[in-house]
Write a protein of this length. Structure first.
Length: 327
């Protein structure tokens, strides 16, 4: 069994929680060491009163692991044992981004202060940053990955479902549901009400196993031909969680990218969402341009000669990695 729900914050201050069709609602409670969402109490209470399952999340800012955990634990105190807890690990407004030890410390402190093992929220592109931490603490994973930014309602089978295991999948930030006129994050929980209650319960050291997601169809393999064409780019975009159109947009100068065959030459020189996602993963300057420095970092990541030229050897290494559904 699976459940449909949304996650909200102060941005959705006018939402009619009673009217919104949702099995569960995950409410932003806190951020950093001192911020408490001004709509947290009202949204959490309305969720409980509407008979919907409640989740609460804390957004990490990097100001001190113990302080962040204490802020979250204090705000969530009256809901401990009946609300699923989650730690939001993102790059924006987060001074600790990329520091796995910091995330590890926040999770450990939340468990110590609440007795509850939280889920960890992360974008699919950075799942590798948190997988060891989640495993060590027994945390479930709440993974964000979108096929595109098109307006949608609940989807029974979100794009790329089944290619990795998670407790909750956030598959859109452009959801439209009755009860709210704006965009909503749409989520799918892989379990039933009892599984939700187990996540909300006291820590046991092992997260409850999520219900089996729909079996993933066998992913088509791309040709390892040393040419980064549209099929390779579509696969790359899927793995990185960006818009899937088969085009590395706005990359005009291909003099140092001799194997690239997926450039949109009709747009002005500018940034690519795919390249930005790659740069964030590699920890280099995020400008969206596939220049020599980014290519060298990518080559080091792929284990090939770092010469700054996107040639056939680099392309083949990339294609082989993508055929394993990873970058």
């Amino acid at each position: 069994m699976t459940l449909n729900g949304i996650d909200i914050s102060n941005w959705q201050s006018g939402i009619d929680i009673k009217s919104v069709p949702a099995d569960f609602i995950i409410v932003k409670a806190t951020q950093g060491t001192g911020y408490v969402s001004p709509t947290f109490a009202a949204q959490a209470s309305a969720t409980v009163e509407a008979g919907k399952m409640l989740g609460l999340y804390h957004y990490i800012s990097g100001g001190g692991a113990s302080g962040e955990a204490a802020n979250f634990a204090k705000a969530a105190a009256s809901y401990i044992g009946r609300a699923l807890l989650a730690i939001d690990w993102e790059s924006a407004q987060n001074k600790a981004w990329g520091d796995a030890a910091y995330l590890d410390a926040v999770v450990a402190q939340v468990v110590a202060k609440t007795g509850v093992t939280p889920l960890i929220y992360v974008s699919k592109a950075y799942l590798s940053q948190v997988s060891d931490i989640a495993s060590r603490h027994g945390c479930g994973l709440w993974v964000a990955q979108y096929a595109n930014n098109s307006v949608t309602g609940y989807q029974p089978t979100p794009w790329n479902e089944g290619s990795y295991q998670c407790a909750i999948r956030q598959y859109s930030s452009s959801g439209r549901l009755n009860g709210y006129a704006g965009s909503l994050d749409l989520d799918k929980f892989y379990g039933d009400a009892d599984a939700w209650a187990r996540y909300a319960g006291k820590a046991s050291g092992t997260a409850p196993a999520p219900a089996a997601a729909a079996p993933a169809p066998t992913a088509p393999q791309i040709a390892v031909d040393g040419i980064i064409g549209p099929a390779t780019v579509r696969k790359w975009q899927q793995v990185m969680g960006t818009t899937v159109d088969g085009v590395v947009s706005n990359q005009v100068d291909v003099s140092y990218r001799p194997v690239l065959r997926a450039v949109n030459h009709n747009k002005p020189y500018g940034a690519s969402l795919l390249v930005k996602a790659v740069q964030r993963t590699l920890g280099v300057t995020v400008d969206g341009l596939l220049g020599p420095d980014t290519i060298k970092a990518m080559q080091r990541h792929l284990g090939v000669t770092a010469d700054g030229i996107l040639g056939p050897a680099t392309a083949r290494a990339l294609q082989t990695r993508l055929n394993g559904n990873r970058f």
